[in-house]
Design a protein around this ligand. Sequence first.
Ligand SMILES: [Zn+2]
Length: 261
Amino acid sequence: MPELPEVEAASRVAQRVAKGQVIAGVEVLHAAQRRSLPEVTAATLVGDVVRRVTRRAKYQLLHLGSGRTLVVHFRMAGDWSVMRRGAPLPAHARVVLRFASGRALALVDSRALCTVELFPTGVAPLPDLGPEADGEEFTATHLREAVARRSGAIKPLLLDQSIVAGVGNIYASEALWAAKVDPRRRARALSVAELARVVAGVRRVMAKALAHPERYYQSGSDHLRFNVYDREGAPCRRCRTPIRRVVQAGRSTYWCASCQR
Ligand SMILES: [Zn+2]
């Protein structure tokens, strides 16, 4: 489940490979991706040039010379595989962007849930998004105003991209552990001081992951660095109380019932 830090690392890979490159061919290899990028649309990409690649929330935006924008979302399991000239297709390749240089970017995704969509010039390609989770606009004041209009617990609301952009299921649990805030608390009932701790917790886990994105990215089984995520029954790293798990809005939440209040 790539979140802001992992998508940021991926967008830098795409920028390194694709920036300034003329698109020589686009292959859409799976029916799921043809829904958002039909082959007839993909064919119009040939000859266009990738000016730059940016990231917003968990979206990667390939800004094209024609003014159009190609928007990539990894969803649960997507990733880039960089291909050299003549290299065979990697396993689970769903969309391949081939460049005139001979290099290619393969979007690999074992679950085939990733999306690639082309937006015409002048059309806003992204939905309403809150401030970036690692950005200066994500403050306790913003969070208080955003949750004041909503009901529900703080943890599912951290996954709402219109409140804060880039947080996913793993880092929401980790951030609330860092903040010492119970994920089941009603968000509206949190004090400004508690919301400030939540913001600081989000920033801390994002900064740590941005500094070491490869650790999560290269190994799906390395849970050692998480403090609570996927550690049900294991001792809390602060107080040794066994970590608990609860399902909120269909997603697992992990927390310490002793030191998160
Ligand atoms: Zn604890």
